[in-house]
Design a protein around this ligand. Structure first.
Ligand SMILES: [Zn+2]
Length: 101
């Protein structure tokens, strides 16, 4: 391949930042309207991803996320949040930014 063709090749950059801190917070869920625990992951510049461990509803930076159109979507959200919480350290080296807790 000539150098000119190599320069013309498009490059793809996938931006997928990882969460840098985790929390469990007591709150009243806006979906199930009950007092519950929320598992939260903080990503710098993107805010908090929260999951209600009672009903499985998720929020990304305060925005209500739609549920997947499949069986046990709420239960899979709960399991995903719990497994991510168990695997992740409390804070990693890239943690920075203001958190509004
Ligand atoms: Zn809930």
């Amino acid at each position: 391949m000539t150098p000119d063709k190599e320069l013309a090749r498009p490059s793809i950059h996938i931006h997928a930042p990882q969460a840098t801190a985790k929390y469990i917070k007591a709150a009243i869920c806006l979906d199930c309207k009950k007092r519950t625990r929320m598992i939260q992951f903080f990503t710098p510049w993107y805010g908090f991803d929260s999951t209600c461990i009672r009903c499985g509803r998720t929020w990304c930076d305060g925005e209500w996320m739609p549920l997947e159109f499949c069986r046990n979507a709420r239960q899979s959200n709960i399991e995903h949040a719990k497994n991510k919480y168990r695997k992740m350290p409390p804070r990693n080296m890239n943690h920075f930014g203001l958190e509004s807790i």
